[in-house]
Design a protein around this ligand. Structure first.
Ligand SMILES: Cc1cc2nc3c(=O)[nH]c(=O)nc-3n(C[C@H](O)[C@H](O)[C@H](O)COP(=O)(O)OP(=O)(O)OC[C@H]3O[C@@H](n4cnc5c(N)ncnc54)[C@H](O)[C@@H]3O)c2cc1C
Length: 439
């Protein structure tokens, strides 16, 4: 009998699952349902659409022939209810889709401000292509914009709006940007670059109210009583996994939809993957959230294979992000920070809870102009790193941290004052390559 697979969510997790199911089962009936009219596209690419660096078409990696080869039934509709006992998902228009195996790949959605004026039409968040199109439309007509929040998306909004608006104000609750991942010097570097680009950074500023004139945003008033005139307010204060369907269906939900090492929920035949899933990691004994493209893709692929009959454990790779912070290419690898970021509710986009599980570690730093390298040095291994600017150390570090390589031969030299970290790492990686070639 033909197996029926239903995937809710046409993001990267949903697509990876569909590809994996198709590979395992040529005759499967796979339905991909999404409430996003644009279907599958690159969400990280939205930042580059805002700055005008790429055209919209470049967000769509799959051609019509690729879709045909996958042989999916694609449905654009919102799923409003799950009926696990009946193996059915009910759509907003009353139709129902039946399944044998279901994947929840429902992603996450931006948290909203709750201050007066937050529901004005010119108060925006960035989740989807529709949001990006709307932001571009508003930005082209706006003279001044205010951005509030933390993490990568807040800066992407600042950079995008700077291209279109004469004045961009960036409000931070504290003194530091992304304080649970970046250290004080890294944060300062980012804020100085923004200021040099003409962005008006307002530390220790929180919005008390968004004011309006004739139903349109006219400005923001801060809790310190400052009034900033603007036509647009962009909010990036974190995201919340879309768990509503799962919770209402009685599935176990904490911060995300709880799944075991095989990405299965407590209900037989229902799996979850991507931003929506809170995944048990046997190495740490914790269930964590990640909002990273590659992690969502990997989870989708494992969930898909397991839905099609495998019994594969999901092994979380090293959480990694290569991003751009105020124009500085930055790679974040492994465990690098801790604490709370007052600008973010829960988790931001392009983030990993694992980054903030920093235990005992010594710090080795090397800095020159915009190039900065920070290593988190454990007793025997490197446990994390941040590479800003010159990216040459990034690849060797991904390998050393990911493979938990014993760094004892260079540990003391790395921790020495003013150590040339990049050169030491390059030399060490080269010596490992030579040893591997000989063995
Ligand atoms: C602006 C931006 C910048 C980012 N930058 C980075 C970055 O630099 N690096 C990085 O690694 N990651 C980044 N990310 C995060 C990355 O894009 C996500 O981690 C990834 O897209 C998650 O994939 P997903 O498939 O889990 O969810 P999503 O891509 O969010 O897809 C969820 C899908 O579920 C559908 N859906 C949800 N509920 C329903 C329902 N009830 N009915 C029907 N359909 C439903 C939605 O329509 C959507 O199709 C960024 C994201 C954004 C938005």
């Amino acid at each position: 009998m033909t197996a029926r697979y239903l995937i809710i969510g046409s993001g990267v997790a949903g697509l990876a699952a569909a590809e994996a199911i198709r590979q395992a089962d040529r005759s499967a009936a796979i339905t991909l349902v999404s409430d996003d009219p644009h279907g599958y596209y690159s969400r990280p690419g939205l930042a580059y659409l805002l700055t005008g660096e790429i055209p919209q078409a470049q967000l769509f990696p799959l051609r019509e022939t690729d879709w045909r080869a996958l042989g999916l039934q694609r449905v654009t509709a919102q799923v409003t209810r799950l009926e696990p006992a009946a193996h059915r998902a009910v759509l907003a228009d009353g139709r129902a889709l039946s399944y044998d195996r279901l994947l929840l790949a429902t992603g996450s959605t931006a948290a909203r401000l709750t201050v007066p004026g937050s529901d004005l039409p010119q108060v925006v968040t960035l989740d989807s292509l529709t949001d990006a199109q709307r932001i571009l439309d508003l930005a082209r007509r706006a003279r001044a914009a205010v951005v509030v929040g933390g993490g990568i998306t807040a800066l992407e909004l600042v950079e995008g709006l700077r291209v279109h608006c004469r004045r961009v104000h960036y409000l931070l609750r504290g003194d530091r940007y992304w304080s649970n991942v970046l250290d004080a010097a890294e944060s300062r570097l980012v804020l100085e670059r923004l200021a040099a680009e003409g962005v008006q950074v307002h530390p220790r500023s929180e919005i008390a109210e968004i004011t309006a004139h004739r139903g349109r945003v006219a400005g923001v008033t801060t809790t310190a009583g400052e009034h900033i005139p603007c036509d647009l307010v962009a909010v990036a204060i974190g995201v919340q996994p879309r768990v509503g369907l799962a919770r209402a269906a009685g599935l176990q939900v904490e911060r995300g939809i709880l799944v075991d090492e095989t990405l299965r929920t407590g209900a037989a035949d229902i799996y979850a993957a991507g931003d929506a899933a809170q995944v048990y990691d046997p190495r740490t004994g914790k269930a964590t959230l990640d909002t990273l493209w590659n992690i969502a893709r990997g989870q989708g692929a494992v969930a898909g294979r397991n839905m099609a009959g495998a019994n594969e454990r999901y092994i979380k790779p090293l959480p990694l992000n290569v991003t751009r912070l105020a124009g500085i290419t930055t790679t974040i690898i492994g465990r690098v920070g801790h604490g709370l970021d007052a600008d973010v509710v829960g988790i931001a986009r392009g983030d990993s809870e694992t980054w903030r599980q920093l235990g005992e570690a010594l710090v080795a730093e090397d800095a020159s102009e915009v190039n900065r390298l920070r290593l988190l040095v454990g007793p025997r291994t490197l446990i994390g790193a941040i590479v800003m600017g010159d990216q040459r150390p990034s690849r060797p570090l991904q390998r050393l941290i990911g493979e938990e390589t014993d760094i004892t031969p260079i540990r003391e030299r790395l921790l020495a004052p003013h150590a040339p970290l990049a050169a030491l790492l390059a030399e060490f990686a080269e010596s490992l390559n030579r040893q591997n070639a000989l063995s």
